[in-house]
Design a protein. Structure first.
Length: 239
């Protein structure tokens, strides 16, 4: 089965070389597609030096727009399985087979940080504020989809062809795209499952989004979710 990994990257020249080297060692038969989203550093040069495909956006579109480009490209190239992978080293290549195995019984698989069995060994910790914010998201997503997801914003995800085709044209472009993409897939009737995976800390560079911007997008996604609750009720009522 032809498999591609899509890596959204914004100013990741520091961590990306390690990530690409690890991928080449762990999954040499997977096609690697880096989306350089208007970086001002040498992200594209790093990708070129590693010999992987690099699609360059002339200016910054944000993760959602970059992912949509990656999905469209890999869909057109005919890949059967595609997964997302972070450029900052947070995702662990040793967990890829676990993620992909989930696709045997699902159209889409989300790697979750929070369901690893024994705490202290793989369990991912977040601060109290972030924990509460994620808890509210989890609850709303559960109300909106009728399904329980533990890690609604995880960017470690794998898709099979039908979802890839949907995402190639319809992927949400605003930040916190991951939550909306989850809703989109569920609403289209696709089987979406979570699998527990281990994640690490970022291996260099810095996170793209901080405080105010993150808060703004968080509230935006809450509004999307709450608006969607009404929609689900109406759909349910007419069904
Ligand atoms: N294409 C694109 N990728 C981005 C952007 N911001 C972050 N990323 C990438 O998305 C992944 C996760 O970003 P990060 O800032 O680590 O988010 P966090 O892990 O949720 O804190 C990394 O691979 C980043 O390089 C952006 O504006 N455009
Ligand atoms: Mg990160």
């Amino acid at each position: 089965m032809r498999t591609a990994v899509v890596i959204p990257a914004f100013n990741e020249a520091e961590a990306l070389p390690g990530v690409l080297a690890e991928l080449a060692a762990a999954v040499p038969d997977h096609a690697v597609v880096v989306i350089d989203d208007g970086s001002s550093d040498d992200t594209a040069g790093v990708a070129a030096a590693a010999g992987v495909t690099c699609l360059r956006l002339p200016f910054n579109l944000g993760i959602g727009g970059a992912l949509r480009l990656g999905f469209r490209f890999t869909a057109e190239e005919g890949f059967e399985r595609v997964y997302q992978f972070d450029a900052d080293g947070q995702h662990d290549p040793s967990q890829i087979p676990i993620l992909l195995a989930g696709l045997e019984n699902a159209d889409m698989v989300v790697g979750t940080r929070f369901a690893v069995g024994d705490p202290g060994d793989g369990g991912y910790r977040v601060g109290r504020g972030r924990g509460l914010a994620m808890g509210l998201l989890r609850w709303l997503v559960r109300r909106a989809t009728g399904r329980r997801f533990t890690d609604t914003s995880s960017g470690f995800r794998a898709l099979r062809r039908p979802v890839l085709e949907l995402f190639a044209t319809d992927y949400p472009v605003e930040y916190m795209d991951s939550v909306e993409a989850l809703l989109l897939a569920v609403r289209h009737g696709f089987t979406v499952v979570e699998v527990p995976v281990r994640m690490r800390e970022r291996q260099g560079g810095r996170p793209s989004t901080r405080n105010l911007r993150l808060a703004y997008h968080y509230v935006r996604v809450l509004i999307v979710l709450v608006a969607g609750l009404g929609r689900r009720t109406r759909l349910g009522a007419t069904a």
